[in-house]
Design a binder for this molecule. Structure first.
Ligand code: ADP
Ligand code: GLC
Length: 496
């Protein structure tokens, strides 16, 4: 099975969130199960500088406003994973984030930048870009890659199937309708049955409408996005796809996130030897200038600071929780108002609250290893990776019952404790008092040393790697591919 993953970011070259982690780890896991996997990425500066052994596959010439576009084939650094890179300096060679300039404004030419990504994917699928290789399945991630599905549908039936994964429905890739001619698609695609979304062009809708199969990054989020509450206005489109929308939970890279081998943390540990975790906590308290206090429950947050993440609940509950003895170590970047509020919290509570506004991978590992609990009180959460990092490090998650958080964390109650399934603490309402009560419940367990130990062992024993999810994707690819072949050859016979 030849699979092309199409995405805007990949760890460690370009990362704004969990998407990059998934795009780095899932292809490797698929390859381990026998698939022939390649990536397709825009040639952002970090990608151009880091990939190895690049050679030109095809000189595309001028398109999407760029004079010089070439398709390169290289390898991801430190792996054998082949990666196609779109070398288009006019569109991709710039600072800032993949999506925004340094002022936080969306790049004005994002339509061209990400249409090109999908267009090249569709040409690879149509077997007219690389004479040596064409995918059986194109797997497009988030709105950035979604146009691949529309361009593939435009090309008419091929044997290649398209899979579209929604990592976050809240970011949709909306553009002015008057820019439609830049896309180079037939006008019939621009109606409400196609890309049109309330008078705008929606790349997200291109994926939802035209992919052969749609997945989300947790089963619960697949159900949620069919509802008004979580559907971001696209719930009708999701519902129309019926059982062609399914959820496959993300894994984590369990080699990178492994407390037994992690070079970034103060001491190594595992479920049988937890001494190292206490050392990590002491080292973290010292590093952050928090009071050295084994008895204080240390709560961490490692997160983008956006409304999605529900961190206003943490801020509101903080004074009461500090009075109850909880310590806080927060790391994140994002909305200026949240950054400022967390900075003020640190000033108000020296020794009890530490806040780092910034992005730092190694530091994130030290926080996850050194804390007792990790809070993810999101308003919505398609999957969430940090609660899984917490599970792996015996740092028990305190999460809201939404999306993938509900699928990955089992609340602590007498039943789940007795059956050995409890792995964290779950609350329902997005209000500070519900979060506070949940943290207080965690604190009560924390003070019961035997119970806490059992919970850590449960959490650390959960299988969280990519092997299971990769198998589920391979099954889905096989189904979608056999349907595409049947359609293309006109047999109508779909093998299971
Ligand atoms: P999302 O993709 O919505 O941001 P996830 O939980 O899926 O949420 O993934 C977030 C990823 O980004 C995790 O790998 C997390 O460790 C990382 N991360 C978020 N903020 C920071 C930060 N300030 N420093 C280091 N890593 C961060
Ligand atoms: C998105 C979601 C997050 C998910 C990640 C990787 O950024 O917000 O919940 O874990 O994608 O799939």
């Amino acid at each position: 099975m030849k699979v092309l993953h199409v995405a805007a970011e990949v760890f460690p070259l370009v990362k704004t969130g969990g998407l990059a982690d998934v795009v780095a780890a899932l292809p490797v896991a698929l390859a381990e199960q026998g698939a022939d996997v390649r990536l397709l990425l825009p040639g952002l500066p970090a990608v151009m500088e880091s990939v190895q052994g690049a050679r030109i596959v095809i000189d595309i010439g001028s398109c999407f406003g760029a004079l010089r576009v070439r398709l390169l084939l290289a390898r991801m650094p430190g792996t054998q994973l082949p990666v196609y890179v779109i070398d288009a300096p006019y569109l991709y060679k710039r600072g800032g984030s993949p999506y925004q300039d340094s002022q936080g404004e969306e790049w004005a030419d994002n339509l061209q930048r990400f249409a090109l990504l999908g267009w090249v994917a569709a040409h690879l699928a149509a077997d007219d870009a690389d004479p040596q290789w064409a995918p059986d399945v194109v797997h497009a991630h988030d709105w950035h890659a979604a146009m691949a599905c529309a361009y593939m549908a435009e090309h008419g039936p091929t044997e290649a199937a398209s899979i579209f994964t929604v990592h976050n429905l809240a970011y949709q890739g909306l553009f002015p309708m008057q820019d439609w001619s830049l896309l180079g698609v037939a006008t019939r695609l621009l109606s409400a049955a196609g890309l049109e979304y309330h008078g705008q062009l929606s790349f997200m809708k291109a994926g939802l409408k035209f992919a052969d199969r749609v997945t989300t990054v947790s089963p619960n989020y697949a159900r949620e996005i069919a509802t008004h509450e979580f559907g971001c206005g696209l719930e009708g489109v999701v519902r129309e796809r019926g059982d062609q929308v399914t959820g496959i939970i993300n894994g984590i890279d369990d080699a990178l996130w492994n407390p037994a081998t992690d070079p970034a943390i103060a001491a190594r540990y595992d479920a049988e030897r937890l001494q190292g975790k206490r050392d990590c906590k002491r080292a973290l308290q010292a590093e952050l200038g928090l009071d050295r206090d084994d008895g204080a429950m240390l709560l961490t947050v490692v997160s983008r600071l956006t409304a999605q993440k529900g961190l206003d609940l943490v801020l509101a509950a903080m004074p009461e929780l500090i009075a109850a003895g909880v310590q806080f170590a927060v790391q994140g970047t994002g909305e200026p108002a949240l950054e400022a509020a967390f900075r003020m919290a640190q000033q108000a509570h020296p020794g009890r609250v530490h806040v780092f506004i910034g992005y730092d991978e190694a530091r994130a590992h030290r926080l996850v290893a050194g804390a007792d609990v990790i809070a993810v009180p999101s308003r919505f959460e398609p999957c969430g990776l940090t609660q899984m990092y917490g599970l792996r490090y015996g740092t028990l998650p305190i999460v809201r019952r939404v999306g993938g958080l509900a699928d990955t964390v089992v609340d602590t109650d007498p039943g789940s404790v007795a059956s050995g399934r409890a792995t964290g603490f779950v609350f329902d309402l997005a209000v500070p008092s519900a979060f506070e009560r949940c943290v207080r419940r965690a604190q009560a367990s924390f003070e019961n040393i035997a119970q806490w130990h059992a919970l850590m062992v449960n959490a650390m024993g959960r299988p969280l790697g990519w092997a299971g999810p990769a198998k589920a994707y391979l099954d889905l690819y096989a189904t979608a591919r056999s349907e595409a072949v049947a359609l293309e050859t006109g047999t109508g016979i779909v093998k299971a």
